[in-house]
Ligand binder design. Sequence first.
Ligand code: FAD
Ligand code: GLY
Length: 377
Amino acid sequence: MKEHYDVVIIGGGIIGHAISYYLNESSVRAIVIEKHASGSKATKAAAGMLGVHTEHRASDAYHQFCQHSRDLYQDLSKELHELTAINIGLSPFGMMEIAMDETHKKELLEKKHAFTSLEWLEAKQVRGKIPALPPEFSGALFMTKDGHVEPAATCEALKRAALLYGGDLLENTNVLEVTKTEDIFTVQLENASVTASQVVAASGADSERWFKATGMDNPIVPVKGECFSIKPGKHYFKEALFFKDFYIVPKPDGRYIAGATSKPNDLSSDTMAGGLADLMHRVFAVFPDLKEEPMQEFWSGVRPGSADGLPIIGEHPTLTGFYFATGHYRNGILLAPATGQMIKDLITKQDVHQPFQELFSPERLDRKGASNYEYSS
Ligand code: FAD
Ligand code: GLY
């Protein structure tokens, strides 16, 4: 560890490492400081979907940001592979949102109308791809470009690539406090300190403290999610499947990840039997055959939600040089590349698309009426 860095990034999840990757690639010397092991919190729990059209449904600036980030993955996966030899598992098979009844079908057809690049598949066409689906479903929206990645591999590749570009990393180290004197930040660790010209808080669901410590209201809403995986001996489908109340993501190594519960304000790391039972009930009601397949693993993670449901990406309103990159809720894997690039552009004073700056600015959270997002359980 050096005594001074251009940028200290607090938190080594996928967001912190994406920021480090883009900064160090641009010759801005950044260190990631991570309390545990890199990628071991929400990042490790994620299914990795690039759910541009499933997690957010409106055609607006947030949708553009999601799409931009998804598209960045095309070149990023190649660059990361060239640099680190890690395959981040970018799926070319797309996602399907399955209509299980006529009301859902109507909603999906409206979505198709709003996003002309999406395809509508009639039930017969879907069954050709996924014979295991039950007879009563009525078609699917096919999002050919919205695949998925392997979150842990992506985080690891970003971490190693940033190090190859000259970055630094300190794991198993808790950042305790940040103070600023004149233009320099002092970042206090347990047994040492380091100085930086700029600081980025990318601490996921634990970001609350950085808002409070810098005089802002806490906008972070932790939302626990529980998942399980099975590893069948045979192949069921290639596309990630999204239903109204669950999803299944087939991974290149043969695992099928099923997710996820949603438990607002639950910061615990326990995977509850009841949560898993509910999820299994929903999955097996549609795919009874999967009951006979070997269970592989179950786990949970805490999504970093925010008061208005949108990420918080930008500079502190009054503490110049202190940035936030958190609140990515259900989309942190999707949004890691665009977030990393945006923070790099802000720090290096490049142009940043104005609507994105406004949409994600930390300042918006202190404005009246911003805290209105309802987290479902
Ligand atoms: P984290 O990965 O939690 O990283 C933050 C890091 O900061 C942690 O490692 C923590 O130890 C560290 N930290 C905190 N405080 C300190 C401190 N004081 N000092 C040092 N380090 C500190 N997103 C998608 O895009 N697609 C999906 O399919 C998807 N599926 C999901 C499924 C589940 C079940 C869950 C729980 C989440 C899912 N997500 C998905 C959301 C995604 O996982 C998160 O949005 C994303 O991982 C957030 O990344 P992060 O780096 O901000 O947080
Ligand atoms: N994006 C899927 C989840 O958060 O569960």
